[in-house]
Design a protein around this ligand. Structure first.
Ligand code: PAF
Length: 303
C-alpha cells in the first residue's frame, strides 16, 4: 500500500524530523527538485530509497537560478500532482517532501538581478562559466547556493542528481569537496525512452511529432562516439564530434540548431583535443524549433 508522503513546510520541521533519525543512526538521502515531477525525478527517488532509510524530496522553484529575462512565474507549479506521483513510491512511509517558501530560503529577499542581491551566495568558479553557463551566467551560482542551503537544512548522508544535467553534477561535486560538506553525491544515469533512447525531459512535450521523431539522432550519435572510444580507448575530439554530426546529418541537419557539442575533461570541464583512457564527457545542447534539449555521454569510468 502506498501512503501520501509527509509534507514538511518549514525548516524547523525538517530539522526536528532529521535530528531524531540521526540519533537513531538512520541514513537519509536528499533528492532536490523544482517540482513538475517526471520519470527522471522518480528514478532518483527510487535509487535513493534503495540506499537510505529515509528520503527527503525538496520541491522548490529556486528564483536565484533564473535571470530577470527568464520567466520564473511561468515555471510549472504542480504540487498536488507531484505528491500523487511520489505517493506511488511511498510504500514504506519513508518519504518526506520538503516544500519551503521563498522567504524561508531567502530571508533577505531574492531579486533576480544579481547586482541587487544581498546575503550569502555560493559560487563554484571555473566550472560554472562554460557549456550551460555560457548562456545562463547566473545559473550555477543559484543552484550551488540553494543546494548548499538544503544540505545544511536536511543533513543528508547522500544527495541524488541526474546525469542528464551533467555540468550541474560536476559543479555540485566540487561544491561538496571544496566546502567539506559531510555527504556523498550520487549521480543517477539519465532516464531514457526505452525504444529510441531520447533522454526524458519535461520539455519533450513541446516537440512536434516530427521533431520528437528526429530528436533521438543526437543520442544515437553519442552512443556511436562511445562505441568508437570503447574500441580504441582513445579518440580525437573531431572523430567524436563527427559521430554526432553524422548521425544528425542522416536525420536532416536542418532539424537541429546546436548551441554546443563539447568534449570535456570529467572534472575540470576543460575542452580536450584528444581523449585518452581516462575518458571524457561529450555534452550537447541544441534547439528543435523553440525547444532546447540537452544530452551527454560519459566515455570511460562514470563520474
Ligand atoms: O535540477 C534541478 O531541478 C535544480 O537545478 C535543483 C538541483 C533542484 C536546484 O534548484
Amino acid at each position: 500500500m502506498s501512503l501520501i508522503p509527509t509534507v514538511l513546510d518549514s525548516i524547523a520541521k525538517v530539522r526536528q524530523t532529521r535530528e531524531q533519525q540521526i540519533i537513531q543512526g538512520k541514513i537519509a538521502g536528499l533528492v532536490p527538485t523544482m517540482g513538475a515531477i517526471h520519470q527522471g525525478h522518480l528514478s532518483l527517488i527510487e535509487t535513493a530509497l534503495k540506499d537510505c532509510d529515509f528520503v527527503y524530496v525538496s520541491i522548490f522553484v529556486n528564483p536565484s537560478q533564473f535571470s530577470p529575462t527568464e520567466d520564473l512565474d511561468r515555471y510549472p507549479r504542480t504540487l498536488e500532482a507531484d505528491l500523487e506521483k511520489i505517493q506511488k513510491l511511498n510504500t514504506l512511509d519513508n518519504i518526506f517532501v520538503f516544500v519551503p517558501t521563498v522567504s524561508d530560503i531567502y530571508p533577505n529577499g531574492i531579486p533576480l538581478q544579481v547586482s541587487a542581491q544581498t546575503g550569502a551566495f555560493v559560487q563554484v568558479i571555473g566550472l560554472s562559466e562554460q557549456l550551460e553557463g555560457s548562456t545562463r551566467p547566473h545559473f550555477f551560482r543559484g543552484v550551488a547556493t540553494v543546494v548548499s542551503k538544503f544540505f545544511n537544512i536536511v543533513s543528508p548522508n547522500f544527495a541524488y542528481f541526474g546525469q542528464k544535467d551533467i555540468q550541474q553534477c560536476i559543479v555540485i561535486k566540487k561544491l561538496v569537496s571544496d566546502l567539506f560538506f559531510n555527504l556523498q553525491i550520487k549521480i543517477v544515469p539519465t532516464a531514457r525512452d526505452p525504444v529510441d533512447g531520447l533522454a526524458l525531459s519535461s520539455r519533450n512535450v513541446y516537440l512536434t511529432p516530427k521533431q520528437r521523431k528526429h530528436a533521438p539522432a543526437v543520442y544515437r550519435g553519442l552512443h556511436k562516439a562511445n562505441t568508437l572510444f570503447e574500441h580504441k580507448k582513445s579518440a580525437s575530439r573531431s572523430e567524436l564530434i563527427k559521430c554526432v554530426l553524422n548521425s544528425v546529418e542522416k536525420e536532416g541537419s536542418e532539424h537541429f540548431q546546436f548551441d554546443y557539442i563539447c568534449v570535456s575533461d570529467k572534472s575540470s570541464l576543460l575542452e580536450l583535443d584528444h581523449v585518452n583512457e581516462s575518458g571524457a564527457i561529450i555534452s550537447c545542447a541544441w534547439k528543435m524549433g523553440t525547444t532546447r534539449l540537452i544530452d551527454n555521454i560519459v566515455l570511460g569510468a562514470q563520474i
